[in-house]
Design a protein around this ligand. Structure first.
Ligand code: CU
Length: 228
């Protein structure tokens, strides 16, 4: 059971690595920010299903007070729904005080759109109703970061990446999915894969040592076989 879970995670990690390469290439050719924020030409956030990934892209977006954002259902069935107790499955409010909570409902049709005007400054976290627990969440910062989203973590996973911090959203304006923070050692997925590889090598070494000194290695091997 554990082994199967590990294989699943490893598969996800390589998918994530592929996604990073893809979005890096996309960023070179085009800004992840589409639109200009007006009612007639709103900023665009795509809602997509890609294999086992369910995502908002860009996952982090900066807007000015009064700007419009349009969510477009590109593939799969999705909603854009603000974290607010009045919305389905949301137990916390993660949008600024005084801001109007939104919920598009779940769209099945490709090309369906939902528009929202940001009228209160602060940080807005939102999710997709069907895929809330599968990592489909996003963040908009209007004007400057603030509100309850800044003081608590979202209660759900963030797909293959991490939720962009608000300062990075303000600096970069739009962050393509999946988002990984910059580190001195390179992108996170490579570090994670490297750590997993080291961990695996270490395990093999430890098992061989156990074998040599106590003979428990063969017992462990039997357990491993049963697990498979
Ligand atoms: Cu979804």
């Amino acid at each position: 059971m554990k082994r199967r879970q590990f294989i699943t995670k490893a598969g996800g990690a390589s998918l994530a690595a592929t996604g990073v390469v893809g979005s890096a290439a996309a960023q070179e050719s085009s800004d992840p920010r589409q639109g200009s924020g007006t009612k007639d030409d709103p900023y665009i956030v795509e809602m997509r299903t890609e294999g086992s990934e369910f995502l908002f892209d860009p996952v982090g977006l900066y807007v000015e007070k009064g700007d419009w954002v349009r969510w477009v259902n590109v593939s799969g069935s999705h909603s854009t729904t603000a974290y607010d107790p009045s919305n389905p499955n949301a137990e916390v409010r993660l949008i600024p005080e005084g801001a109007k909570a939104w919920d598009s409902g779940t769209y099945q049709e490709q090309g369906a759109t939902f528009d929202y005007q940001f009228q209160v400054e602060g940080t807005y976290d939102y999710y997709c109703i069907p895929h809330k627990t599968l990592g489909m969440v996003g963040r908009v910062v209007c004007g400057s970061p603030g509100g309850p989203a800044e003081n608590q973590e979202i209660p759900d996973d963030v797909g293959s990446g991490v939720m962009p911090d608000s300062e990075t959203i303000v600096e970069e304006k739009a962050l393509a999915y999946p988002y990984f923070p910059e580190t001195s050692g390179g992108p996170l997925p490579n570090l994670a894969l490297g750590a997993a590889a080291l961990f695996g090598i270490g395990n093999v070494y430890l098992l061989s040592q156990t074998d040599r000194f106590s003979g428990r290695y063969s017992q462990d091997t039997t357990d491993d076989t049963e697990i498979e």
